[in-house]
Ligand binder design. Structure first.
Ligand code: ZN
Length: 280
């Protein structure tokens, strides 16, 4: 049977602003509205950052709490994933919202370059974030910006720092990190299957114009996908994406063309081994 495809929508991120695309949701209420529209279009995971009023990145646990409440109310069953990514704060501030016990959180397990800075993930911080996630019953999503990050995830699984088989997301197309290279992508998939088993779930995200290619590669390759304005604000060279939902609809269309059913939130929870919605 064809495995349903989980669509994750990365609604806001740390970088894009209203100047890049007026549809980028910044306030918590804009984020809830944009998530609901994406949920209704077929997204079953929301990956979220929060912002300050001036649009700069924030790690404010209160904003995360308000966002979580709103999504739970308006998007029943949707999987909530908070970002512990590096732009929103320094050190342990990045995990200050984990006691809110979202279903999932992103976990970067190694360092690499970003377009204008080092994405700094020192080993002691990685260990601490993994420990906090485990203590709060949160499933990590491993952000693999590089091949070595997949091996680090395998080591952490062996050491008991990650409770279940790691759910790895390949991130490609970040300037100064791994480009969207098809042969590398295929090797990533092969490596995840070799380390974690042929049936292992994995997903992929492409940045900027690489989003569409990575959506297509992951959907046709049996993986899951991420889309959304965090990674890409355009539909194509000439048009801005009118909403997060529009990018979700684009992923749904690829699923239809590839004969992959789109996973419901409940199917996504079962595939990822998450607790049923509403239970802590
Ligand atoms: Zn993010």
């Amino acid at each position: 049977m064809t495995r349903p495809c989980i669509i994750c929508v990365a609604i806001t991120g740390s970088l894009p602003t209203k100047t890049d695309n007026p549809a980028v949701p910044i306030t918590v209420s804009e984020q809830i509205e944009s998530t609901q529209e994406a949920f209704e279009a077929g997204a079953s995971i929301v990956h979220a950052h929060v912002r300050n009023a001036d649009q700069s990145p924030s790690s404010d646990p209160e904003a995360f709490a308000a966002l979580k409440d709103g999504i739970e109310k308006h998007c029943p069953g949707m999987i909530i994933q908070f970002s512990t990514g590096g732009r929103s704060g320094a050190g342990q501030e990045r995990g200050g919202m984990l006691p809110l016990r979202p279903d999932m959180a992103s976990l970067s397990v190694g360092s690499n370059n970003f377009p204008a800075r080092v994405y700094d993930n020192p080993p002691d911080l990685v260990d601490w974030l993994a420990k906090e996630m485990m203590a709060n019953g949160i499933k990590p999503e491993i952000e693999a910006f590089d091949l070595s990050h997949i091996f680090k995830a395998a080591e952490m699984y062996r050491n008991g720092q990650i409770a279940e088989i790691p759910y790895v997301q390949f991130v490609m197309g970040v300037r100064n990190a791994m480009p969207a290279d098809r042969a590398v992508f295929d090797f990533y998939v092969q490596t995840v299957k070799r380390l974690f088993g042929a049936e292992t779930h994995w997903c992929a995200a492409g940045i900027g114009h690489a989003q569409l290619a990575l959506n297509e590669w992951a959907i046709s390759g049996g993986g899951h996908v991420r889309t959304g304005l965090e990674d890409n604000v355009r539909l194509d060279r000439d048009r801005l994406a009118p909403s997060n939902a529009a990018l979700v609809r684009r992923a749904v269309e690829i699923c239809e063309a590839q004969k992959r059913p789109v996973a419901s939130p409940q199917e996504a929870r079962e595939m990822l081994g998450l607790r049923p919605a509403g239970r802590c």
